[in-house]
Structure formats: C-alpha cells, structure tokens
Design a protein around this ligand. Sequence first.
Ligand SMILES: [Zn+2]
Length: 306
Amino acid sequence: MKRHVLLALGALLLGLSPAAAAINVVTTTEDLAALTREVGGEKVKVEALARGYQDPHFVEAKPSLVSKLISADLLIAVGRELEIGWLDPLVRQSRNAKIQPGASGYLDASLNVKILEIPTGQVTRAMGDVHPQGNPHYWLDPDNGRKVAASVRDKLKAMSAAEAAYFDARFDDFDKRLGEAQKRWDAAMAPYKGLKVVTYHRSWANFCDRFGLDVIGYVEPRPGIPPSPRHTIDLIAEMKRQNVKILIVEPYFDLKTPQSIGRETGAKVLVLLPSVGGEKEITDYIKLFDYDVNLLVSAIKETGAR
Ligand SMILES: [Zn+2]
C-alpha cells in the first residue's frame, strides 16, 4: 500500500519535470512585465518589482522585493541606470547567482532599442542628473516596445529551446496587434505634428519623438532635480512666448508647481501615465498608449492648442 502511494507520488513529480515548469521571470517595471507576458504566455510566471504608479528612479528597496528575486530564473531590467538607486542591492541580497548582472539570467532590455538624449559631454550623477546614460524612458515609443519584446523572445528561446515555436508565435501575434494599434495612434496624433508641449520630467522624449511633439521645456531644472522658483519663472515666460497650452505631468509628482504654471500660462495640466499599472485598468502595453493618446488628443482639442 505504502509502495503504491510512493510510486504514484513519483509519477506525479515526474509530470512536473523542470522542462514543463514555467520560467520564473522578475522584471523591474510593469511595462517590462507586460511585454514579457505578451511573448511568454503560459510558459512564464512574471512579477514586477516597481508598481506602475511609482517613480521608477526611486523605488524603496524593501525586503519583500528581495524575496521575489530569490527564486527568479530571469531578471529583466530597463537599464541605462534607471534602476541604479535601488536594484543592485536587491539583486546582491537575493544571492541568486542566475540573475546577477552579466549572468545568463540577467537581461538588460535597453541593448537593442533607440536611446535618445545620450549626453555628449561629461555628465556625472554628482550634478544630480538621473539620465547620465541617455534617456531611460525609451519604452514610451511603441517601436522600442516591439524591440524589447523581441529581446525577451530571444532570451526565452535560449532558456527553453523546446518552446521556441511557442514564443515565436506569441511574438508574431503581439507584433501584428501592436502594428494595428500603431496605425490608430499615428492617425490620431497626425494633426498635431510640431505641437509644443512642456513636461515635468524627461519621461516623454521617445513618446514625443514618435508622435512629432516638440518639448520646449521641463518643470524640473534637470532630470531628478525638483523645480526651483527661478527655473519656474523662466519656464512660465518661455511658455507664454511660445504659446504652450499643454503641460504633461507624471502621476507621482506633486501638482502644486504644475498647477501654478497652468494658472499663469493658461496651459492645461495633463497627468499622463508613463507605465502599465499607472491606473488599475491599464493592464497591458497597448492599453497604455490607448489611454495616453486618447487623453492627450482630447486635451489638445479642449485647449484649442492647434
Ligand atoms: Zn527619468
């Protein structure tokens, strides 16, 4: 009797062989998690460390995040020093050899994408600039999202060759749906090429590059540096001079300064979402752009900015 139970148990364990188990993926942001789910489907288990409504530069390195990393097979990071303030200590504390930088279970998603604003001179973090390796908010261009998904596909295929055809098919399907969505977004934004906007942080460089918006200034004097009275006065003057009617703010910044700029200039303060999970209903990458493009187009129409 006991022997039969053991045999049955053994067969059950064999059924759960490592090849059949889902790849345990941890991503730093919800955007990377969403792109990984598109490609990985049911063959991956994905968790993000940062929430989509948090500033991805400044995430609290809590012990609960370390525990997510302990059992990860693959860690996917935005890179370009976006997570430099919090990720490295978490990865070290996990003592998980598979996901240390340089190991095969560590994927820097920035390696094959278009990076804007790469500094030409000497830039150090001592100056307070949190973008010393170029603009790390590159996922806000759908073409870059597609490239990240392709990198994830290639990595998953390398980790699980038996599932290569599955990951290829998932990527192709996402690529097709994204392409269709891009036609929709491009058409919605086409009338507003060259429209001048101001943004709080430099989160929107790739987004504005993609849709032809002209960012003429920032509420932050430098990326990561809070607004100063002097800078705000200069910005208001410049917005009046250039008749800027749209001020884009990320959801994690205090609205006090943007609202006072809005009152002085007549610009509409618009909270757009830089990440999946910024609002509960934004559960995937295509929904993120649907949300932002719709909100932006209605705001432009409302202000008569064009
Ligand atoms: Zn930034």
